[in-house]
Design a protein around this ligand. Sequence first.
Ligand code: GLU
Length: 426
Amino acid sequence: MMAVKRRSSHDVLLSTALENFYNAAEEMGLEDDLIEILSRSERRVCVSIPVEMDDGTVRVFDGYRVVHSSALGPAKGGIRFHPQVSLDETEALAFMMTWKCSLAGIPYGGGKGGVCCDPLELSLKEKERITRTFAARIEPFVGAWSDVPAPDVNTGPQEMVWFMDTISKIRGHLDPAVFTGKPVSLWGSKGRNAATGLGVATCALELLRVMGKDPKTATAAVQGFGNVGSFTAKFLHDAGVKVVAICDITGTYYCKDGIDVNKAMAHTQSNPKKLLEGYTQPGLEKRGPEEVLFLDVDVLLPCAMEGTLNKTNADKVKAKYIVEGANGPLTPEADEILKSKGIPIVPDFLANSGGVIGSYFEWCQNLAGFFWSEEEYNQRLVTIMKSNFQRVWEYSKEKNVLMRRAAFMVAIKRVADAVKMRGVFL
Ligand code: GLU
């Protein structure tokens, strides 16, 4: 067979994800036909979403649902609402979900969805109408054994209930296992809402451990204070790490004695836009939103959007370690710059896999109709995260590669073996 012709894209996230995949696949000596199969998505669904706005006008939004691979099981991955959503971005995120689920050791393939919209400009009713119309449009493609969506940027338990309710009404029966990330009162799991942050914090603590640093003397800066960033900060704080800065679009909130994370979380809960605006505590300094990235801390945790650290700002990073809470927070240029500074980086699809592992627990509970305690849920999650971190850490030492490459190699192997055993058909 001729050498594989590499796919590329104008979308930074997609081209980066593909490049990382091709490089790892080549280093492993993966067969060309497997590289060809795994570099493409199985299914890309694009829909229009006409919605009547509160003022009576009609706006049409674009929505996407991509399944990259179903080799290991039903596709799994969130649905985001954001103005940057595009087909290429969704495909990149679906692609990364395949490696995330594989690395996590759970029986899922990779998928992702999104609607291009700005939730900050939408009323609750408008969000509900977008969610339900999108659900109806993608209904033929989702299901507990085909493709199981979940929350992502700007979506949460409420949106998941609207999705589940719409699908259940179309199908004429309750179908709880078709969406994860639901509220505890409606077939959700105790622990799921905090699961991604618990996983990110566990990886950060594991990294400190292998680096020989006592968490009680460590400092951290968390960028982004949505679901992932806020719970990450909370669990680090609970473990004794001093979280000196948190941040959202309204600015960086810095306190050298440590942020009172529980108070900050309560503040965002009572803010109508769930923002930190107006948060205060003794000794607090407010700085620009980017400042959080350049603090002299042990661990920097970018937990917001992709491309946060890029060629324009990566050289200003002073943190000793980076744990990627968001999906794709480093551009390839930033990755190179930070590599040359010798900063260890825990890659996103390992660090933030607590969310999808937690979703797996919820799906199991839904299919069994039997729920676990929050304690059991968290214990199982932490055990899996620790052993996954350990596996990637050891593999990176054994192969003398960085953690991102090691994680790709472990993840690709499991999916490639599944494709080989199942054979090429459809
Ligand atoms: N949106 C999360 C992620 O990017 C969770 C996905 C899921 O639970 O399916 O991993």
